[in-house]
Design a protein around this ligand. Sequence first.
Ligand code: UDP
Length: 471
Amino acid sequence: MRDTSALPATLRTEVRPIDPHRLGPLIGAERLEALLQTATDVRRRLGARRIVNVNSTATGGGVAEMLATLLGYARGVGIEAEWLVIEGGPEFFEVTKRVHNGLYGSPGDGGQLGPRERAIYERTAVANIQAIRAEIRPGDVVIVHDPQPAGLIGPLIEHGASVVWRCHVGYDGMNEWTERAWAFIRPYVESAQGHVFSRELFAPTWIERSRMRAIPPSIDPFTPKNTELEPAEVEGLLGAAGLLAVDHQPTRPRVTRRAEIIREGGPPESNVPLVIQVSRWDRMKDMVGVLEGFVAHVDSPAHLVLAGPAVMGVSDDPEGEEVWDETCAAWSRLPLVARSRVDLAAIPMADPVENALVVNALQRHASVVVQKSLAEGFGLTVAEAMWKSRPVVASAVGGIVDQVLDGETGLLVQDPHDLAALGAAVQRLLDDPEEAARLARNARDHIAEHFLGDRHLLQYAELLTELLRAD
Ligand code: UDP
C-alpha cells in the first residue's frame, strides 16, 4: 500500500446553496428569467457531470469571495458545484506569489523562477493530485483558479476531466516580469480546454483565442460584505471594531473582535470625513502610496483609514506581513500631525462574517473610497464601494477602468504613481459633495447593470455550453 501520510488533507470547502430569486428585486423579472432558463439548460447539458472549482484559499481575497457566492447560486439552481482547496507549504506560496506578482508586471520579492522553483511548484502539485483526483470524476468540468493549482491541469485532463483555467490576475502590457511569469506557468496552463481572463488584454498571445473568454468578476449584494446596513448599525460595527468613536455600543454586537489599529490618539469621531482604502497587504495595492499622497495632498479634517486583513489570516499570501510592516514603518516616519490623521487597521479574519461586516461598514461610512492599485485584475473593492453608492478615486489600471468611467462613475488617476493627482481627486470629492453624490449614484447603476452575479453566471454558462458541445 502507498504511504499517504505525506499527502495533504485536501480541503473540500462547504458551498451553501443560494436561491437566485433573491436577485429578482435588483435585476428585474427579465434578467431573472434569463438566468433561470439558462440554469435549466446547463443542468440538462451537464447530466451527471459536476462543476468542480479548485483554488488555494477558502478565505481572504477576491477569488474566495466570489466562489462562495457563484457556487452558491449554482447549487441553488440544482447544479452540482464543488469547491476544493489545494494545500501547499510556505516555499510553494513564495514561488506562486512571485508568479502572481510577475503576472501583474512586478518583480515581487526579486527572487528567481528557475529550476529550483519549478521543482517546488511541481512537488506541491504532485502532493495534491491524489486527494484532488479522488474528488473528481471523469467528465466533470474543473475550473482551476489562478497559478497556484495550475500544476494539476495536466493530470486532471488525463483523469478525464474537462479543465478550464481561470486567471484572475493580469497586466495591461508586457514587461520582463510578465514574460518570466508566463514562461513559468505556460507549460501547465496551455493545455486547458478553456481559458478565462478578467479582460481580453490580459491573455498572452499564445492562448488559443477560440477557447478564450473575457469574463469580468461580479459582486453579490446579499453577502455580509455588501448587505444593506442602517447608518446607526454602521457606526455600531465600526465602534465595536475600534475604528470609530461612538457614544454607545449595541446591546447585541455583531462584531466582537477589535481590529489591530496603529494610530495616534483615539479613533476618529463619526462626523470626520473618512477616506479609506481596503485591500490585502500587497505591494500592488500601494498602501504606502495612498498614505503619502493623502498626508501631502489632502487637507484636514479628512482622516485616512488603510484597512486590510489581519496578516496571518490569508494563508496563500506570504508577503502580507512584510507589507503590513512596511506600511507601519512609513506611518512611523510621518511627523506627528500627519500621523494623527492616518489609522492603519488589521481586521481579524478569524470570523469571515465579522470581517466582511466591518469592511462593509467602513465602505458605507467612507466619504471617499480609494483604490490606488499599481496593477489590478479587476478590483472587487471598487465594485463593492460603487454598489454602496460611494464616490471612488482609483488608478486607471486593469479591470478598474471597466468600472470607473472617469467623471461619470468615479474619478480615475491616470498614472498610478502620481500622488498629487490622487490627492487632488480625493480633495475634489471632499470639497464638492454634490458632484461626489452624482458620481456615486451613477456608480451604483453601473454596477447593477454590469457586475452582478446573473451576468457572470450567464457568461460561465455560455462557456460551459461550448465546452460540453466540444466533448
Ligand atoms: N477584503 C476583505 N477583508 C479585508 C480586506 C479585503 O474581505 O480585510 C476583501 C475585499 O472586500 C474584496 C477582496 O477582499 O472583496 C479583495 O478583492 P480585490 O479584487 O479587490 O483584490 P484581490 O485581493 O483579489 O487582489
